[in-house]
Design a protein around this ligand. Structure first.
Ligand SMILES: [Zn+2]
Length: 303
């Protein structure tokens, strides 16, 4: 069998002090959840951290992003990070079997991911196997081969491996257990009561993805920036054979999590031109938006 692979060289995160501060959150909805009328949603997983821990991801290092510093790009992020103090509990996102855990020579004390728990889930999606990965743990508390149920404690948050602040790095892999098999976890974790998710794409006139574009998210009624994720950047692909991947159903190149229901304006700039679209967010669902330059209208003047 092909061995499961980790990321070999994760960039250093900035201090978790810069991350969002813990805030009160409503309870999460119950997985599996798919309220999209066309069946495109697959919110199969719980969040990997406690409800009263910090559930807000490090928005400036989103899935597919190379970080906030344009001069010194970080390694493309294949997961999402929940900054939390060392020792906070990490929980299984769903039922499954621990493929790699405590006592595993390959997946503990790694230079990049530190101590890791890697779970193969009991269910898949469209005939494809689903896996979740939890990295930088101070300790893995389950052993390879152990069965776990959703919500079981599987480890403790730490700062092992290549990090500069304690957090859990969470990945969803599908169809394969390798580094190149990741998808955006934000399209797999159940939203909160009263909240939804925005998935979208920023494309050029021909519909091709524009990489590393910054999208600003404003409440359409109040004009205020979305507090938890005021901006998001589009996925960066670097043709290494281990790129991040858009969801097979949504074909997005950015995702905004934890959006209270309501209308939002998403704004980006393409070739110096401001492009904006309004999207309505519904509870427990993905709303899709495309930001694309308008096709220039031909002049109607007679020659
Ligand atoms: Zn990470």
């Amino acid at each position: 069998p092909v061995p499961t692979t980790l990321d070999e060289d994760v960039v250093v995160l900035s201090d978790s002090d810069n991350g969002p501060t813990p805030v009160w959150r409503p309870p999460a909805l119950e997985p599996p959840l798919s309220r999209d009328p066309f069946g495109r949603d697959h919110y199969w997983f719980h969040r990997p951290v406690e409800a009263n821990a910090n559930n807000a991801i490090l928005f400036f290092y989103a899935y597919g992003s190379d970080g906030p510093d344009k001069e010194n790009p970080w390694r493309i992020h294949h997961g999402i990070d929940f900054p939390n103090p060392v020792g906070e509990t990490v929980r299984a996102a769903a039922d499954g079997v621990v493929l790699h855990g405590a006592g595993d020579g390959l997946f503990q004390n790694t230079a990049s991911y530190g101590n890791v728990v890697f779970i193969q889930h009991d269910f898949g999606y469209n005939g494809q196997t689903l896996y979740t990965l939890y990295a930088h743990l101070s300790r893995a508390l389950v052993r390879s081969g152990e069965r776990v149920n959703a919500g079981d404690v599987i480890g403790l948050i730490g700062d092992t491996g290549n990090v500069s602040g304690p957090h859990v790095h969470f990945e969803v892999r599908m169809g394969g257990d390798r580094y190149r098999d990741t998808y955006n976890p934000l399209l797999w974790m159940v939203p909160y009561v009263g909240h939804g998710v925005i998935a979208g794409r920023v494309v050029d006139e021909e519909g091709r993805f524009i990489e590393d574009a910054e999208v600003t998210i404003r409440n359409w009624a109040t004009g205020l920036l979305l507090e938890s994720s005021p901006t998001v950047t589009t996925y960066v692909f670097n043709d290494t054979g281990s790129d991040v991947q858009p969801d097979p159903r949504w074909n997005e190149n950015f995702v905004v999590p934890d959006v209270p229901i309501g209308k939002y304006e998403l704004i980006t700039t393409i070739d110096g031109v401001r492009i904006a679209e309004v999207v309505e967010v519904f509870e427990g669902r993905t709303s899709f938006v495309e930001l694309r330059p308008p096709v220039p209208t031909p002049s109607t003047d007679s020659p």
